[in-house]
Design a protein around this ligand. Structure first.
Ligand code: TPP
Ligand code: MG
Length: 336
């Protein structure tokens, strides 16, 4: 039932490769900037950076269609940018300003966009997983052919609510892809210290849910596996598990002492497996882009991120009256 992915990329259009490069770079530069703003005291509260894991969301966004839904944990900025949410609105939420997606009242872990079908942003480990199945249930009920990508981490994968969700999702054949972003650590706990059966893609076996392990540092492999999972869900065959092997370069959050792994370990991954460098070398080797072309893309992305940072500093703090809004849904709002 469960199988390791062995398929490799075939022909990819140069334009697609460039798009993935651009999208991954946007996430990386955005996160670097968020780290800087945090250091300057402009971002308060929790902030979990996604640097290193960019190929996961970009590969799966390439496999998704408009209208498909996304839901994830607190490590969520990359997911938002991959759905096409505006970097300015995301950054301004980080700085707690009114121009942010939650009007500055949610912060890093609590942003949503109905327009882009992004359902958060959840701070309680694993909490988004049953909600993701609920989103898929709604789509199945409406018969609209949509699929929900429900992301969670290797640490969350040991939680009980995950398996209750697997059971229901399989029983009702819900169109949900469970994406386990295995970055090898849950805060400071290495996976081998916490997990009895580390092959997380097999965890659906008891419920009859197929799973695959994917190289999460290779955007093309992620996209290919994503397309297979999406086809499975859209065909009405029920849920699918993708265990995406990835790595985070930064600490768990901004206040991580980083004592649980060596600098060499991080450096080794950065130097040999980096997802952006991988696409960069494909572009250069295939002569799809020159060094100057890639520099121009980098410049363009830096300008977008700088503009988002300026916006996030210039946007005012929410006015006092906002304390009383968005607490409960208004009964007269359709679909609220
Ligand atoms: C129910 C619950 N327990 C504990 C925590 C504290 N906590 C926050 S993140 C985290 C680790 C989760 O690791 P993983 O699922 O691998 O995701 P990653 O941070 O690596 O993306 C823990 C224990 C929490 N937020 N919620
Ligand atoms: Mg983890």
């Amino acid at each position: 039932m469960a199988a390791r992915t062995t398929t490799r990329k075939t022909n990819v259009a140069a334009e697609d490769l460039k798009r993935y490069y651009r999208e991954m770079l946007l996430i990386r530069r955005f996160e670097e900037k968020a780290g800087q703003l945090y250091g300057m005291g402009l971002i308060g509260g929790f902030c979990h950076l996604y640097i290193g894991q960019e190929a996961v969301v970009v590969g799966l966004a390439a496999a998704a269609e408009d209208g498909d839904k996304q839901i994830t944990s607190y490590r969520d900025h990359g997911h938002m940018l991959a759905t096409g949410m505006d970097p300015r609105g995301v950054m301004a939420e980080l700085t707690g300003r009114v121009g942010g997606y939650s009007k500055g009242k949610g912060g890093s872990m609590h942003m949503f966009s109905r327009e882009k079908n992004f359902y958060g942003g959840h701070g309680i480990v694993g909490a988004q997983v049953p909600i993701g199945a609920g989103l898929a249930f709604a789509d199945q009920y409406k018969g609209n052919g949509r699929v929900t990508f429900t992301y969670f981490g290797d640490g969350a994968a040991n939680q009980g609510q995950i398996y209750e969700t697997f059971n229901m999702a399989a029983l009702w054949k819900l169109p949900v892809i469970f994406v386990i972003e295995n970055n090898r650590y849950a805060m400071g706990t290495a996976q081998k210290r916490s997990t009895s059966t580390p092959e997380l893609y097999t965890r659906g076996a008891a419920f009859g849910i197929p799973g695959e392990q994917v190289d999460g540092m290779d955007v093309l492999a992620v996209k290919e596996a994503g397309e297979k999972a999406v086809a499975h869900c859209r065909a009405g065959k029920g849920p699918y598990i993708l265990e995406v092997m990835t790595y985070r370069y930064r600490g768990h959050s901004m206040s991580d002492p980083a004592k649980y792994r060596t600098r060499d370990e991080v450096q080794q991954v950065r130097e040999t497996r980096d997802c952006i460098e991988h696409v960069r070398s494909l572009l250069l080797q295939g002569k799809h882009a020159s060094d100057d072309d890639l520099k121009a893309i980098d410049k363009e992305i830096r300008a977008v991120v700088n503009e988002a940072a300026e916006f996030s500093k210039d946007s005012p703090e929410p006015p006092l009256e906002e304390l009383w809004t968005d607490v409960y849904a208004e009964a007269d709002q359709p679909g609220a």
